[in-house]
Design a protein around this ligand. Structure first.
Ligand SMILES: Nc1ncnc2c1ncn2[C@@H]1O[C@H](COP(=O)(O)OP(=O)(O)O)[C@@H](O)[C@H]1O
Ligand SMILES: [Mg+2]
Length: 267
């Protein structure tokens, strides 16, 4: 763990990046109220890589939308670095969704710099920053390509670069690699860990894949079926950097099993 502490100085600090207290949410559905989240308490220390898993429809995306300030919870509070999150603020919280959702008429570098255009940052400055982010995600030299000229994995790299362009301390990711083939998905997971170690971000990552969850996480949060509650928090004490070989170990299997048992029971 020494290795991680060196790469991620935030691991050494006890500062809290995200604090969720008593969060609940009820949707007003067509056939009446739909309770989606119930009594969520979650503390994410700065620099931590937290993965959320849970059955389909348990409220994971709803929770992430609230963490991003894109939706308002019915009850409870969310603090990011001690301050409430009420509206989207890409300089505090970056978001990456399952679909890369790039503008097809903009090049890769223009997509990445788009949030800075909205902020009216000077052209040279924003272009340099966007190029640096493309470099970080392994897309140096691809800035002039349009989305249709990029593979699925490359589009998600652009999306990650865009999420990081304002250097937010927190990056939220909702099943970002779910649409990719398995090999690309594994590569992207590995790449994401490299980016995380290089940038010391706090990451909250949602996935359906328990293997991906254990491979990436410092801690896996297991949610119940709707209304989503937190059933378990599983510390993942595998050393870093993570390697593909670790997936074949008994420790990895036991962690995956512990999570699977709880999800299976609530399906
Ligand atoms: N805008 C909405 N209006 C009504 N119900 C919704 C809305 N968004 C999500 N839901 C419901 O809330 C529950 C949780 O959805 P979601 O957060 O997308 O779950 P997950 O991401 O875990 O699959 C689901 O039952 C879903 O149908
Ligand atoms: Mg979802």
């Amino acid at each position: 763990m020494q290795h991680v502490a060196q790469l991620n100085p935030r691991h050494e600090q006890a500062t809290t990046a995200v604090e969720v207290r008593g969060l609940g949410h009820v949707y007003a559905g067509r056939d009446g109220a739909v309770p989606a989240l119930s009594n969520i308490d979650l503390t994410v220390p700065a620099g931590r890589f937290v993965v959320i898993v849970g059955p389909s429809g348990c409220g994971k995306t709803s929770l992430l939308m609230m963490l991003a300030g894109l939706r308002t919870a019915t009850s409870g509070t969310i603090l990011c670095e001690g301050r409430p999150i009420a509206t989207p603020d890409p300089s505090r919280v970056g978001v990456v969704f399952q679909e890369a959702s790039l503008f097809p008429w903009l090049t890769a570098v223009e997509n990445v710099e788009f949030p800075l255009v909205l902020k009216q940052a000077p052209r040279d400055e924003r272009r340099a920053r966007a190029e640096a982010m493309l470099n970080l995600v392994g897309l140096a030299g691809f800035g002039g390509r349009y989305p249709h000229e990029l593979s699925g994995g490359m589009k998600q790299r652009v999306s990650i670069a865009r999420g990081l362009v304002q250097d937010p301390p927190v990056l939220l990711m909702d099943e970002p690699f779910a649409a990719l083939d398995e090999q690309t998905r594994m590569t992207m997971g590995h790449e994401l860990l490299r980016i995380w170690e290089q940038t010391s971000k706090t990451v909250v990552f949602i996935t359906h894949s328990l293997t991906e969850a254990v491979y990436l996480a410092d801690e896996v949060i297991v949610m119940s079926a709707r209304p989503g509650r937190i059933l378990d928090r599983v510390p993942i004490d595998l050393p870093r950097p993570r390697t593909y070989q670790m997936m074949a170990t008994d420790v990895f299997g036991a962690l995956r099993e512990r999570i699977w048992h709880q999800i299976r029971d609530v399906q």
